[in-house]
Design a protein around this ligand. Sequence first.
Ligand SMILES: NC(=O)c1ccc[n+]([C@@H]2O[C@H](COP(=O)([O-])OP(=O)(O)OC[C@H]3O[C@@H](n4cnc5c(N)ncnc54)[C@H](OP(=O)(O)O)[C@@H]3O)[C@@H](O)[C@H]2O)c1
Length: 287
Amino acid sequence: MSAHKSVTVVGLGPMGRATARVLLEAGVDVTVWNRSPGKTEALAELGAKVAATAAEAIAANDTILLSLIHYDAMYGVLEQGDLTGKTVVNLSSDSPANAAKGADWVLDRGARFLTGAYMTQGDELGHPASKLYVSGPADLHESLRPLLEKLCTNVYLGGDYGVAQLYYQAGLAMFSAYLISVQQAFAMIERSGADIDTFLELTKDDAGSQRDFTLFFAQAAKEGGWEDLAALRMMLAGTQHVIDASEDAGVDAAITRTIKDYYQRALDASEKAGTVVPVYRILRGEA
Ligand SMILES: NC(=O)c1ccc[n+]([C@@H]2O[C@H](COP(=O)([O-])OP(=O)(O)OC[C@H]3O[C@@H](n4cnc5c(N)ncnc54)[C@H](OP(=O)(O)O)[C@@H]3O)[C@@H](O)[C@H]2O)c1
């Protein structure tokens, strides 16, 4: 059967389950397999075929979508079947180097490979902001696009197997810090007896302002980074104020201590160099 009509989904964590569910709802014939039991029943009720073994799941379809915790988990699963002539799309997260290594391993076994990285609102694939970053052979992506677009909007990023993971991990670098920081802010407010809803109202226009900073620092990054000494000193003092406000309220401020340390390192490096050293150069390992 055509890859657009029939597919195997291996790995049924929240993302694998969402992947299988969306495809079933789109009328695709889906075979599922998961290492441990108890995750297939709800999908079987929606019409999924449940493979008894990884080998059976691999044999069931020409196209195999993987949604596993990391690339290392792929090897133990796929070596149980014959990959000759198959297409493997790995939707799991990992480093660009591990994605490239995984691609080589799959290619060596006579299969084709695409890297997919879900840049999604959790497992809500239908959210308007959800995207699938894809890299690998362009012709292969074109042939699978009708299937993969059923999941969410595809963004094809080029032939390098690792590049989809690079953009994904860069996004996650920002997002993971944000997820902790936003909870630190809520904890500061709540532990101080103030009101989270007031804070939401006060910050409701932040997205536009953050975009402005992103654009400013993007331009600066292309020129080696931006900082002046007054800004470094202000941010060093400012991050200490956040630490004080957090800790006065009994809130863990470890993430702000880490941030403050970058400003301190940039100031120390600036003093040593006799010229301003931007935080960006510290992050790049240059100072
Ligand atoms: N959740 C999200 O919001 C989100 C968003 C974007 C991308 N992602 C990425 O999508 C991938 C899947 O995420 P997830 O949240 O669904 O769940 P997850 O907890 O990252 O992965 C769970 C899946 O990996 C399987 N697994 C783990 N180790 C294995 C091994 N050694 N051999 C075989 N299977 C193994 C688990 O099987 P068992 O059930 O047997 O343990 C389960 O099916 C991850 O790479 C994640 O980073 C997640």
